[in-house]
Design a protein around this ligand. Structure first.
Ligand code: FMN
Length: 366
């Protein structure tokens, strides 16, 4: 087992067994939709279908990339693939670095297309690894799963608090630009738990990124996962640094607002999305899809794709309830719903020069 693969295994193991989530920081409780006592529509008329990067989704939901590279990961990817194919939504695979390093694990990713021939599938590579790999390597990992898009993930905090981390981000933007120019499929810039600010969103759009997964603070915390790993490895100082930065980043809600205030690019909201009401709030805030990670991983490990389908169906039902209760027949109507944001969020917007009224108008145009 290579170091990369062992680490991937430990990430899954720790995230399902330990408490690695920071819900209190996602800020969904600081956002309210307005209840409509008279929705003037029937529940069965609510339609959750939507388009993302030209692909039709039955609901604005995607299972974000988590794993690959070893036998349990193959099973996990297969079960997630079956679930998303049944539901008509999308999924990502975890970092494909392992497949570049060792061709014998390629099947742990390709399995996805066996079970999800029609779903929107996203390939995945770390931003800091772009310097190591050629365009051909990146094309190969996309082709191996006939990817509809490539997620380039940003994990600067994780690299700092990971015992064997490589926090090397100089020159990444230039590499990203070359990749955007060369690759035939759209590139999604994806954070992994610290969110994306408006300044970074502008830089990403300028180099040709076609969508952003804001990956905000308030769900699975890689600072905590790595802190637990470091502790198990006897690296107590590294472990404490992870704890110190467990709350670092832009909350999921704040990051959607920041990014949507400066761009019309398609957005995925992820980081702590745990039910359909959070999906509804994300869409109303300006996201196009909501992404879920750990809850789907847990469901798959507990009861395979059936349990995942069950969980995701409930999530979609909750989204429909929120749409019904706001009188939103379609996703576009949900995007136009008025929102009440807490003082904390308004204060953040003021300090960040985001005009609340202008933001609301921009969001509604999306
Ligand atoms: C076990 C595990 C492994 C992950 N591996 C990757 C990865 O390889 N690449 C990536 O872009 N994100 C990875 N992520 C991050 C997720 O895509 C997502 O950003 C994060 O889990 C937040 O969503 P959640 O709160 O719904 O779990 C991983 C998450 C988990 C739980």
């Amino acid at each position: 087992m290579t170091q990369t693969v062992r680490r991937k295994h430990e990430h899954v193991d720790i995230s399902v067994k330990e408490n690695v989530e920071i819900y209190e920081k996602n800020f969904f409780d600081e956002v309210d939709l307005i209840h409509k006592a008279l929705p003037e529509l029937d529940f069965e008329d609510v339609n959750t279908s939507t388009y993302f990067l030209g692909h039709k989704f039955s609901a604005p939901l995607i299972v974000v990339g988590m794993t690959g590279g070893y036998s349990l990961a193959e099973k996990i990817n297969a079960e997630i693939a079956k679930a998303v194919e049944i539901l008509g939504i999308g999924m990502g695979v975890g970092s494909q670095r392992a497949a570049i390093e060792n061709s014998s694990v390629i099947r742990t990713y390709t399995i996805v297309r066996k079970y999800a021939p029609n779903a929107f599938v996203i390939a995945n590579i770390g931003a800091s690894q772009l310097k190591e790999y050629s365009i051909k390597d990146i094309r190969n990992i996309c082709d191996m799963i006939q990817a509809d898009a490539l997620a380039v993930h940003f994990n600067a905090l994780q690299e700092c608090v990971q015992p064997e981390g490589e926090p090397n981000y100089s020159g990444v933007l230039e590499k990203l630009k070359v990749l955007c120019d060369e690759l035939d499929i759209p590139i999604i810039a994806k954070e992994t738990g610290c969110g994306i600010s408006k300044e970074v969103a502008v830089e990403l759009e300028a180099v040709g990124v076609k969508a952003i997964d804001i990956g905000g603070l308030g769900g699975t915390s890689f600072a905590l996962i790595e802190s637990i790993r470091a502790e198990k490895m006897g690296q107590y100082d590294v472990s404490l640094i992870g704890r110190t930065f467990a709350y670092w980043g832009l909350s999921t809600v704040i990051s959607i607002i920041e990014v949507r205030s400066v761009t019309n690019l398609p957005l995925i909201a992820s980081g702590g999305i745990r039910n359909g009401l959070m999906v509804a709030k994300s869409i109303a805030l300006g996201a196009d899809l909501a992404g879920m990670g750990l809850p789907v991983l847990k469901a798959v490990l507990e009861g395979g794709h059936k349990k995942a389908v069950n969980f995701l169906e409930r999530t979609i039902k909750e989204l429909k309830v929120a749409m019904f209760l706001t009188g939103s027949r379609r996703i576009i109507d949900l995007k136009r719903q008025p929102l009440i944001l807490s003082d904390r969020i308004i204060n953040w917007m003021k300090q960040r020069d985001i005009d609340y009224k202008k933001y609301t108008e921009k969001r509604m145009k999306a």
